[in-house]
Write a protein that binds this ligand. Structure first.
Ligand SMILES: O=C(O)C(=O)C[C@]1(C(=O)O)C=C[C@@H](O)C=C1
Length: 101
């Protein structure tokens, strides 16, 4: 494979990476909004059942270079960031309405 091919494959990877970051940002915005809703009613941000549902939905989506274990560990990171965004959403909404905890 010559240098031009590598350059063009890398350009494709760069575009995919940008899309991944954009989609992850959108996902975090949604988790933040869910956190705000939970904050309003005092519900806990972490919902283990929902997290299990997400892991379950990944089953059958594995591919040549992504095993189900790979997907699970990737999503463990993504969900941890979702929780962090949700905690911020709950904090922000409570600060706005003057609750301290
Ligand atoms: O679905 C929710 O209730 C969320 O808060 C989002 C999310 C996620 O990132 O997917 C984050 C934390 C919860 O434990 C479950 C799921």
């Amino acid at each position: 494979m010559d240098e031009t091919n590598i350059q063009s494959l890398r350009a494709h990877i760069d575009r995919i990476d940008k899309s991944l970051v954009d989609l992850l940002s959108q996902r975090m915005e949604l988790a933040y909004q869910i956190g705000q809703e939970k904050g309003k009613t005092g519900q806990p941000v972490t919902v283990p059942g929902r997290e299990e549902e997400i892991y379950h939905s990944l089953e059958g989506q594995e591919s040549r270079f992504l095993t189900s274990e790979d997907l699970k560990s990737l999503f463990a990171q993504i969900i941890a960031l979702g929780r962090k965004a949700g905690e911020k959403g709950a904090r922000d909404v409570n600060q706005k309405i003057g609750k301290t905890s």
